[in-house]
Design a protein around this ligand. Sequence first.
Ligand SMILES: [Zn+2]
Length: 280
Amino acid sequence: MPEITLLNKYLPPNTAEYVLKLLKRYPVYFKIVAPRKTKLGDFKVYNKTGKLQITINNDLKPLNFLITTIHELAHLYNWKMYKNDIDPHGEEWKNEYKKLFLPILSTQFLSQEEVNLLQAHLNNPKASSCADVMLKKHFKKEGVVHLEDVPFGKYFNLDGRMFSIEKKLRKRYLCVEQSSGRKYYINGLAEVENVTIEEAKQIEGCLTNSKLQKKDEINAVSETEKKGIKYLKDVPIGEIFFFQKKLFRNDKKLRTRFLCTEQSTDRKYYINGQAKVFEM
Ligand SMILES: [Zn+2]
């Protein structure tokens, strides 16, 4: 299929030509792929070969496809100029992102509603279009809810497993799997299905077998959100952090170690300041 025809299938009408021009500025592998739960698209540099690749989920609405593609193109252009010297979604990225949108911010390319939406969005682009409330409302798929939309104490279904929410952390939720009582950290943007307790019991009964193989997937969801890796010595006193799958509070600095309290048991531990932890 000629490139332009393929792009036309995914993008708002009249924008494919412009996007194709941007894609051709530098050699890059551009792949439209099966949807992933944890991201809409990504930009990757293969260290060994130097190959550059952009992937975009194939289930995005046209405007979201455009936003995601331009988001990743801005990473590509930044990389060409600065390599790893800059903050991935810092000033340079924001400027590039806005710059790439400018030529198509008119009703010649998009509907008036889309232009308005984008103008509001571009005033302060977020790292993820999912973090932008207006856009999120616009893109909300029917029947799909994000974990962050599920009320406390209600049940939800993620990949055939029933959970309830126990606690909200910054971006993730501490959730209890109903069949095992085990706790998991799940990204607030994970796509889940809202279910009643009766439905939960029914589904749980049918799906006990699929439990084990799905475990890795859910761990993967939480792994991808473990950004903010830092050393314990950089976590401020009084702050909560995540270490060896448990939550701790940093209580006190000793010479090389820190006195920390595990949050679920209130037990005290001495942890080395060089331990790699995740900030919550
Ligand atoms: Zn990004």
